[in-house]
Design a protein around this ligand. Structure first.
Ligand SMILES: Nc1ncnc2c1ncn2[C@@H]1O[C@H](COP(=O)(O)OP(=O)(O)OP(=O)(O)O)[C@@H](O)[C@H]1O
Ligand SMILES: [Mg+2]
Length: 286
């Protein structure tokens, strides 16, 4: 064996094609979902000045499911999302992403890096930038300021943005300023800004508030299409919308899970009618 053959042989030995080096593996691969559960929330407690916003809350979310979270104002829905994403610390309990990632000892950036994307109720797109630029910026946010300013998109990244534009139905509006989009389109763009980094779990808070009926229907189609490959948790008060997308619905009440089941089971549950759905109907008629 000459020197070159020897070098090639040793390189082949070093870079084994059957092996993915840990530092090259995508962050998402580090989440163990062997038990088909992607999120474990157990015994979660959080008080604000003695008021229990979360009260021994237990919740398990299956990998790939689309789960709807409902409950009256102040039930703890947004607070739960705040704890899962590291925005707020809880007093006690545990939150695991897959079997192995303890989210309570991670900060917001680390949790996002693991593949958890969160959309707040109000759209926060950059109005002065085009739709495409908004997606480009969110693709690069983890690269630091200089890299964001000077780096060019790779062909793979451009393909990714094109795919996302199609998924969110804004391909024709790619060069439009985000500020010129309708409210619903801004919400879709913001979902797209999460999708460019290919999250594994999406937490979406009240996506259809303020949307037209047509936009609401298209949002239902969008979120339904995202589940399966990803897991989606949606908080929403619009019961017609929840019925159109939900397989399993979880009802929160005073920081705990009050009921869980199909929409039919939930809508005929006496406790749920008493504390939430009855109140909603009164609200609708007044
Ligand atoms: N930072 C905070 N300081 C004090 N109280 C808070 C804080 N965040 C939330 N709360 C309280 O915790 C309770 C739960 O609030 P949360 O926002 O989670 O409700 P929600 O279920 O999302 O309600 P909504 O449907 O109105 O959005 C409320 O009573 C709220 O006032
Ligand atoms: Mg809320």
């Amino acid at each position: 064996m000459n020197a070159i053959q020897h070098t090639v042989e040793s390189l082949r030995h070093t870079f084994r094609p059957d092996q993915v080096w840990p530092f090259l593996a995508p962050e998402n691969a580090k989440v163990n979902v062997d038990k088909d559960i992607i999120l474990y929330v157990e015994g979660l407690n959080l008080s604000f000045d003695g008021f229990k916003a979360l009260n021994n809350l237990n919740l398990y979310i299956n990998d790939g499911e689309l789960r709807c979270l409902i409950g009256a104002n102040g039930a703890g829905k947004t607070t739960l999302m705040d704890v899962i994403t590291g925005k707020t610390q809880c007093d006690s309990g545990s939150v695991f992403f897959g079997q192995n990632q303890n989210l309570l000892n991670k900060d917001e950036a680390e949790i996002a890096q693991l593949g958890i994307g969160r959309k707040f109720q109000k759209p926060t797109v950059f109005e002065e930038q085009t739709v495409f630029d908004n997606l480009e910026l969110s693709l690069k946010t983890d690269k630091g300021v200089l890299a964001t300013l000077f780096s060019r998109l790779t062909p793979t990244q451009i393909d990714r943005i094109d795919d996302v534009l199609k998924i969110i139905g804004l391909a024709k509006h790619r060069f439009m300023l985000a500020g010129a989009l309708s409210h619903g389109q801004k919400q879709w763009l913001e979902i797209g800004m999460l999708l460019v980094s290919d999250p594994r779990l999406l937490l979406i808070d009240e996506p259809v508030a303020g949307m037209t009926p047509d936009e609401t229907e298209r949002t239902a189609e969008l979120l339904t299409s995202l589940a399966g490959d990803r897991t989606v948790i949606v908080v929403e008060h619009d019961m017609e919308f929840v019925r159109s997308i939900a397989r399993t619905v979880t009802v929160l009440h005073q920081g705990s899970v009050l009921a869980e089941g199909t929409m039919d089971q939930i809508q005929s549950n006496k406790d749920v009618i008493e504390v939430y759905l009855g109140e909603q109907e009164e609200g609708a008629t007044s």
